[in-house]
Design a protein around this ligand. Sequence first.
Ligand SMILES: *Cc1c(COP(=O)(O)O)cnc(C)c1O
Length: 493
Amino acid sequence: MTDQNPDLRGGAEPLIFEKSSPGMGAVSLPAADVPAVDEKAVIPGDLLATTPPPLPELGELELVRHYTRLSHRLFSVDTHFYPLGSCTMKYNPRINEWACALPGFTRLHPLTPDRLAQGALQLLYELRCDLAEIAGLDEVSLQPCAGAHGEMTGLMTIVAYHRSRGQDRKNVLIPDSAHGTNPASCTMAGRQVVPVKSNARGRIDLNDLRGKVDSETAALMVTNPSTLGLFEDEIVKIAEILHEAGALLYLDGANMNAIMGLSRPGDFGVDVMHYNTHKTFSTPHGGGGPGAGPIAVRRQLAPFLPAPQVVRRSDGTFALDYNRPQSIGRVRTFVGQIGVLVRAYAYIRALGNSGIKRAAETAVLSANYLAVKLREKYELPHALPCMHEFVLSASRQKEKGVSAMDVAKRLIDYDIHPPTTYFPMIVPEALMIEPTETESLRDLDRFVAVMLKIAEEAETNPDALHDAPTRGFTRRADAVAGDRKPNLRWECK
Ligand SMILES: *Cc1c(COP(=O)(O)O)cnc(C)c1O
């Protein structure tokens, strides 16, 4: 864009490089108070650039407007209904942001000696105890920094436990409805995946499970409630089958939002689990972070947890304990993702026992409300009640040539974030919907009205849905080309 030819349309946003005008700038650094270094004396000449990099040059206001405008194009929990199944996109209460921004946390150097970091250590210790209590298990490690990281750490703990008993059990059983991170973590932990089938009710097929458990089974990774939004009602029997064979039960706790405060995994036979605190206990997440995936274990597994462990000494002070000879070692720098852990603590303490229960109950109620209203027009493959989420199939719409992807993209035209699509893979044309407890009845009703309208459009004008979204900032992206030939670099001309 030049001064001679200003763009009056105000439409397509130019790239930041295209807005650049030579000589503009938004930085004013203080004068250096240390002697300048001659870079030629420290860096070999052939490694030094000969021309400065072609960075965009913009004034501060232009820069602020550029990024603020881009941010307005985003779908976020703060701006839109976001029923992205499995991701628990609930509202993130602002009290959490206040708490984690307190200078006592943000200014704390990670190498501060324990005696000068008592407040932070106490918070971490109390969070450790709260998470153990909600899990119904004995000890928690706060180190893992994502759900997937917790899965890997949990499996490494399980492997260390079996090895301490002279066993190198190679196999991990994983149901066919599992999240993709489960087999990935299993491979990262050096174990082999053995898939287990689901039955017609969407639960683990016990006969298939019995046939696959043997002396090589390290554990079963179960997600309960499952990714179909269903409670594994035979979970106690499942735990027995594993324990009888000397194997352990691992819980993918990503769906704790449905059962927190109501049902404790330790009580239904789980030995090791991870939390996705960024989902269940609310931290803005998505696009890769930040997160925290603490793991909770039964007493027999505690010696193998990552070190250091935050502990309370007998004199009442708090410390990082490195003296854990059987530990699998560190899985994360310092104490973990402290900003997210402070938010989880603030969330749990703000809600308290009864608030946490109510959040779970409301999440389940909201999902069932939507499922009942939508099953008239969309296929609901598994019987209700569901837990905090449910999976519809757009199979009826597919007969008219309208796919789950078309329905999802059309929702963008109505200012609603699409649900998770094509997952779990055992449901064709899957639309996985998780409203969470924080949406008002009015917003749930609006979602129902929009989904019914789209079902009607699929009947009357199916071809129009292939073009959706038509009202957003961008049209439908070519997902295949984006995957096979991604262009991640802006070429400077
Ligand atoms: C989100 C999720 C995970 C992975 O968690 P991350 O924190 O994204 O690594 C694993 N399992 C299930 C069922 C999930 O929903």
